[in-house]
Write a new protein. Sequence first.
Length: 60
Amino acid sequence: MTTIMPEEKKVQDAVQWISERRQEYKEIKKLVDEAIFHFNLNPNQEQYLYRIFLESTDQD
């Protein structure tokens, strides 16, 4: 029997996954794109990740 993961959990897992691998990747966009695919996120969740990681990187 398959367990359905709540969508919020998927986003939390993706954020943690990205954070753990951030030092390994030179391109944060590529890492975010990989996480979106890996965690099967919907378009709203994708935008959330882009906002968190890419927009905050642009301001640094």
